[in-house]
Design a protein. Sequence first.
Length: 355
Amino acid sequence: STPTPEGHDRYGYTRRHTEPVSSTGGTQVPVVCHDMTGRPLTTAGLFGLGHRYRPELDKWAADDAACDFIFIGDRTCDFALPGWLSAIQDGATWVKHGGHTERHHPLWTSATYEAARAAGKIDPKINFLAIDADELTAERAEELASQQGAPIVLLLSTAQKNVLASLRAAFFRLSKGRCTLPVVIRHDLCGRGAEAVQLKAAADLGGLLLDGFGDGLWIDGDVGIEGGLQALNRTAFGILQATRTRISRTEYISCPSCGRTLFDLQETTAKIRAVTDHLKGIKIGIMGCIVNGPGEMADADYGYVGTGPGKITLYKEKEVVQRNIPETEAVDALIELIRSHGDWVETPDQASASA
Ligand code: SF4
């Protein structure tokens, strides 16, 4: 078995150090990539991936879970992509189009990358280099480390049955070889139903992300998978949210409730969710009592804690900001607190009503 590299903590979270390449790696959130080959390459085709084109305004809007890259094989987008989305093309196609198509980047194998590099035809911004875990030997990791500073993002996959172990060992070899190129993990789950994809992807990719490995995810599923690309996209963003590597929607941390609980936890959580669900990337702790609540809500950004019958205390992180508010006013006070810290945004309905 591959030994644990020096400095890797089996029990704590430390993200593998990588040098950023464009929008990937470094301290940036992990990116999400999807394979559009065999699927319609149209503005409507991007809807399920979180990119909504509004023809009446000729503008794009992005959902919280808008993917970052689409793989289009040997095709080229004949419409302008939104500014926050890029396409990945086969290296040969990218070269054929002169490498000038805006926000299109090449995907190479090790052999085609070396040939393109020798011919001076690599992308100065970002080159995806597909590599199998078995191909990524200790020697290859050292070779890749010697290319530090090159605009390469590794696209790591494995054909081994034990995906997590195989990819984790490959990451260890990269760390031992002191290679700091960013890595997008590609997981082929074709031939499985939507639920099986969710379970397998969460177990394998979630485990790696919790180890601090991975600067992006790419989950492959059948073209006809239930829920389509939208289901794969939701799975990818769900894994990133659950591993807290990319928070894209409001997260609720609620205590399980017990004899000390001072309000109807389920009803209150539903009430708070109903008004804050559209916010992006904040954590709200909803705790039944003051005895253990503040400790249990850990790293929440805002806390709603029962302090007496019908009384609520609000927290900003670990600081009490309003004590013993009547429960009937507490949800509005929470909204005001979120607003006062600049984390509040109106829902589209509220925004158009006030326009
Ligand atoms: S926070 Fe208080 S009410 Fe909630 S489970 Fe813990 S002790 Fe019980």
